[in-house]
Design a protein. Structure first.
Length: 487
């Protein structure tokens, strides 16, 4: 595997390559090519797919080999590598295990261990099923501790600003920290509702328990009916754990709403959530909970287990909702050794890409694309798409994870004529710092029914700091429409 230093040196070399003179031609992309005149860096290619190993006709290209940031288009690489490794029906398993004796009286005389299986979509529902199955196994009391083991990976070193800041505070959900024993995408959820009368504090409930399992600092006031509802929510980590700070006001007639914020320690969040569920199920924990990076002992036996969603379901959520927590947790599972890092996860994706014909160089430092040093080219991304197209057993699950604009989860992709919206499926990527990125990659079908692939990577520079989706998708839609209609 490449060392971190080698990866960064390779990244620097490619970054330097970004400043080489660009071809001013936008052959096949006359509308998109106008952005070159404004100083944007573009790598674009659209081509038909061949058959029998033959290369398809190139319909348009702008510097197709130029290495640029793909942002969340990186998730298409992750999806392909994951399907190649596990197939569409693979499920990750989470277990409750113990090496202790379970007495006839229902007392487990030792520790109860949650063995975090790296399930990217483990949620409260899964923990509740584990709790119910533990109860069905006859456990009524645990004399020892609840131990949440994240021995596979976690805590994972942060390599992006947002995640590093989230170790102490977070005002969003997307910067969630990573663990093989995380739950609910590494986010706390509280439900905020108006108080019983104007002037009273808002009421705050846990989304995942009958009792509050995260600290609350509530300075959210109820206002008269018809008032504006404006409030902020921030999670901070104090000596006694995570606390949600709520500030502002909510109208008396406002509907309750769920608020999600990244937790400061996803394994500890899992421990607190599971402890509350065990208590609700009448299973007492004698000595509280802890988190661990040690695996359960070889003598530990399974008391309860729950299987997660299939891989094809995971990819649908990762790609459609561009879920960064799920993407990076899945990428970490690609690493075969314990205590995985995001750089190792990126190397596992790079190793997969190295086996793709005609791809060329790639840098993947994460599976999510949050890592701004990720680099690929339009030509390379299209090589990935073509390779999956020819894998009959994997392609249906792969293409289903892309969005069709006419039915897309993301409203901003519903652009262009009905012909375009009905004939393409795409994955988009967005970054705003340290430079603007808008990327789109996917498949199209021509009027005659032929398949094609397209990738457009648009990167801003210091002189082009402003970039929105209309600037990219509108001209791209017009260019694709001509290609689709002409074939």
């Amino acid at each position: 595997m490449m060392s971190r230093t080698a990866v960064r040196l390779r990244s620097l070399a490619l970054l330097c390559g970004l400043w080489l003179p660009l071809a001013a031609s936008g052959a096949g992309f006359p509308e998109l090519g106008k952005m070159l005149e404004k100083g944007f860096l573009i790598s674009a290619e659209a081509r038909l797919l061949g058959d029998g190993g033959r290369s398809g006709e190139v319909l348009g290209a702008i510097e197709p080999g130029l290495q640029l940031s793909p942002a969340s288009v990186s998730k298409a690489y992750l999806a392909a590598a994951a399907l190649d490794r596990w197939g569409p029906q693979h499920r990750f398993t989470t277990r409750l295990v113990s090496a202790a004796e379970l007495g006839a009286d229902g007392v487990l005389r030792g520790d109860l261990i949650l063995d975090g299986g790296g399930d990217p979509a483990l949620a409260s529902e899964g923990l509740w099923r584990l709790t119910q199955r533990l109860h069905q196994a006859g456990v009524r009391e645990v004399e020892g501790r609840l131990v949440v083991s994240q021995w596979r990976f976690g805590p994972v070193e942060c390599i992006t600003t947002d995640r590093c800041q989230a170790q102490s505070r977070a005002a969003n959900s997307y910067s969630a920290l990573l663990s093989s024993a995380g739950v609910n995408h590494g986010n706390w959820c509280v439900n905020v509702a108006p108080g019983s009368a104007a002037g009273e504090p808002a009421r705050v409930f846990s989304c995942d328990s009958q009792t509050l399992i995260v600290g609350i600092d509530n300075q959210l006031e109820t206002r008269p009916p018809g008032s504006a509802t404006e409030f902020s929510a921030e999670r901070v980590t104090r000596e006694d754990g995570d606390v949600m700070l709520l500030r502002g006001h909510i109208a008396l007639d406002a509907a309750p709403r769920d608020v999600y914020r990244a937790s400061g320690d996803p394994a500890r969040q899992t421990a607190r959530t599971l402890s509350a569920m065990l208590e609700q199920a009448g299973i007492a924990i004698g000595n509280g909970f802890v988190t661990s990076i040690e695996p359960p002992s070889a003598s530990a036996r399974t008391l309860a287990e729950v299987e997660g969603r299939t891989m094809q379901e995971l990819l649908l959520h990762i790609m459609n909702y561009s879920n960064n927590f799920m993407a990076d947790v899945l990428a970490l599972n690609l690493v075969d050794t314990p205590r995985a890092t995001l750089l190792q996860a990126g190397e596992a994706i790079q190793d997969y890409v190295a086996g793709l014909p005609d791809h060329g160089p790639v840098i993947m430092l994460s599976g999510s694309g949050l890592t701004t040093e990720n680099r690929t080219s339009a030509q390379g991304a299209n090589a990935l798409l073509e390779s999956m197209f020819h894998r009959t057993s994997l392609f249906p699950s792969f293409v289903a994870s892309f969005q069709s604009p006419v039915n897309g989860v993301s409203r901003f992709i519903r652009r262009g004529s009905p012909l375009v919206q009905d004939h393409i499926m795409l994955k988009t990527g967005t970054l705003n710092q340290p430079h603007a990125v808008r990327a789109a990659s996917g498949y199209f079908r021509t009027r005659s029914g032929r398949w094609g692939v397209f990738t457009v990577l648009v990167n801003g520079t210091a002189s082009t700091p402003w970039l929105n989706w209309a600037q990219v998708l509108d001209p791209l839609s017009r260019d694709l429409e001509r290609m689709i209609a002409a074939h």
